[in-house]
Design a protein around this ligand. Sequence first.
Ligand SMILES: Cc1cc2nc3c(=O)[nH]c(=O)nc-3n(C[C@H](O)[C@H](O)[C@H](O)COP(=O)(O)OP(=O)(O)OC[C@H]3O[C@@H](n4cnc5c(N)ncnc54)[C@H](O)[C@@H]3O)c2cc1C
Ligand code: FES
Length: 265
Amino acid sequence: MLKDPHALITHKEHWKDYYLFTLESPIIASQAEPGQFIMVRVSSLSCPLLRRPFSIHSVEGKNIEIFFQKSGIGTSLLSNKITGDFMDIIGPLGKGFSWSQHSKTQDIVLIGGGRGIAPLYFLSQKLHSAGTTPIIFYGGKTKDDIPLKEKFEQKGFTIYCSTDDGSFGFRGLITDCFKDQLKNLTPKQIFACGPEPMMKAISQVAVKRGIPAEFSLESVMGCGFGACWGCVKKIKTKAGSEWVKICEEGPVFSSFEIVWEEQEK
Ligand SMILES: Cc1cc2nc3c(=O)[nH]c(=O)nc-3n(C[C@H](O)[C@H](O)[C@H](O)COP(=O)(O)OP(=O)(O)OC[C@H]3O[C@@H](n4cnc5c(N)ncnc54)[C@H](O)[C@@H]3O)c2cc1C
Ligand code: FES
């Protein structure tokens, strides 16, 4: 884990509530792996005190990117930052996707819902440079919620989009779009990130069809590096299940490890 108090914002883009920042942070860029995240100090004031977690969206030389949706006080403050500002970040944190084991596997599917697309771009970069071209599924409520569609297209990836209101692509949930495409596809590995109900639905399909799948979980995080126990979730083990710190043991877990919410009751 590294601390970079002077990560320079070199580029900023935004689409309605979604923001993409390029940060110059050579030290964190050199060690980052897909599925890992950084903890960002959103304000130089004491409130909000806690850093906020964001997936590493891409790595390009000495730069990393983060892609986030404005959803509360911390992300609002962050969205006000401008090119030339410095950010205080800690990372890379957590255990990411097991992408290197699959670098020769074809028919890899990446499924992102809303802001959950964030870690999948870095994963697609790594897979692509290892010789695998993943197939992308990207869903949002409306066409404004899938702003990274062109970014994936520019890389030459096949991308299936869905919107709940039908304003772009498949009308309905990305899980239904994915199930529909299973007529034509035979995925050998799934990597997904998004709202928990989306990931749970994909996990059920994956288990039923025997497709290995990994999911990046979210949890409210106090520290991001194992000190506060704020992020625990129940994970299946050989002995049954145990509470683990998502920030250290995850945030990525396989479908066989995750105890989805209703299963807990
Ligand atoms: C490992 C990890 C990676 C993440 N990567 C990204 C990313 O790449 N892009 C992105 O947009 N978001 C990401 N998130 C979620 C992001 O951290 C939260 O949206 C952010 O912390 C909210 O801060 P806030 O101060 O704006 O919201 P708050 O004012 O604190 O809360 C606003 C709303 O967001 C919910 N919320 C707060 N923290 C979290 C959280 N950690 N997870 C889920 N919901 C939360 C609250 O319950 C509330 O409903 C990630 C979360 C984790 C755990
Ligand atoms: S966020 Fe503090 S222990 Fe995980």
